[in-house]
Design a protein around this ligand. Sequence first.
Ligand SMILES: Nc1ncnc2c1ncn2[C@@H]1O[C@H](COP(=O)(O)OP(=O)(O)O)[C@@H](O)[C@H]1O
Ligand SMILES: [Mg+2]
Length: 375
Amino acid sequence: MGISRPMTVSPSAEPDAVDTQRVRDASAIALRNLHKRFGRDAVALDGVDLDIHAGEFFTLLGPSGCGKTTLLRILAGLEAPNEGSLTIGGKDVTTTPPHLRSVNTVFQSYALFPHLSVHDNIAFGLRMKGVAAAERERRVQEIADFIKLGALMERRVNQLSGGQRQRVALARALVCEPDVLLLDEPLSALDAGLRNQLQVELQRTQKRLGMTFVFVTHDQEEAMVMSDRIAVLDGGVIQQVGPPQTVYEHPINAFVARFMGHVNLFEIDSVSGDRVTTALGQLRLEQPLAEHERHGMLLIRQEVIELGPEVPEGYNALEGVVRERLYRGSRVEYRLEVDGVVLLATASNLGQRLHAVGDRVTVSICPEDIVRLDA
Ligand SMILES: Nc1ncnc2c1ncn2[C@@H]1O[C@H](COP(=O)(O)OP(=O)(O)O)[C@@H](O)[C@H]1O
Ligand SMILES: [Mg+2]
């Protein structure tokens, strides 16, 4: 059974290998037409349909107030939907109380007992469940080794760093062996270096255990680096669901595009016959157009813009001026002005001469790299 899951994987096992045998169908989640209102007019969720696969690292991404926590609390059973249904492992749990769901939650605020030791914090859930002492000790030790907390077991939680506390919170949730682990912005209180490290650790832990993780964040880079799939939410409505690369490279609308960090968005401004034209400085971007795409926007990702001098064959070519340069180490960002239009470009820093503010540059864009978005 699940009790031995962490032990069946040696620490040296291939970190990215998913043992599909241990992925339990019991952890597949289906949400249908979920609505949640608070009071009369605060709509937190407005008709959410979603399938989360067993063994998946699934992320809910969106700005503050879009309904992420509400959705997680409904999964946990801490909040009931006004409408709609929820199944976990094919079983309808819409009205099942939290303690009868095989779901555990890790919060941003740790929610640990500060005066108790790491050991006692991890053991707490098992103690509540009445797991016998010997069995409890074995499982606590097992998970502590797995999360690399073995050396800290007797420390009190208030003597730990933020990253260590977050590990304890994770161990405490994992030791109960839920089918589904819910994580509500668990890393957002940590500084950047530690956060990056824990992102990798969390993702490896999830893959090794083959457990379903539903992770919440407002940080699109964090979502991309960790997730198998991402759902982008806005105003209680799911805007797009897909793997990180799809959501980033082919956002479905302007909201998703902006939220994924894109800035070069241009209105389609004239349509004639079966072609659409978008003005960008002196350049007229022309593309064939289907009937339903007569309205909408074009997206030019920062990193597809090439800065001359040569223009590859078939590319659009524009003359621009560098107005601002942001040196980011591995890459350099330029704010360009092209005939009064602002365009952001990212170049990798490969040791070539950097452009300076005021430089005139040739801007090249491959037509295939221009993405059309829904209105
Ligand atoms: N207990 C509550 N009472 C009233 N309004 C709430 C409550 N919880 C959440 N909301 C509202 O529901 C919306 C979604 O909130 P939440 O799910 O916490 O968003 P997120 O986690 O994405 O920041 C917000 O407008 C929020 O103010
Ligand atoms: Mg929240």
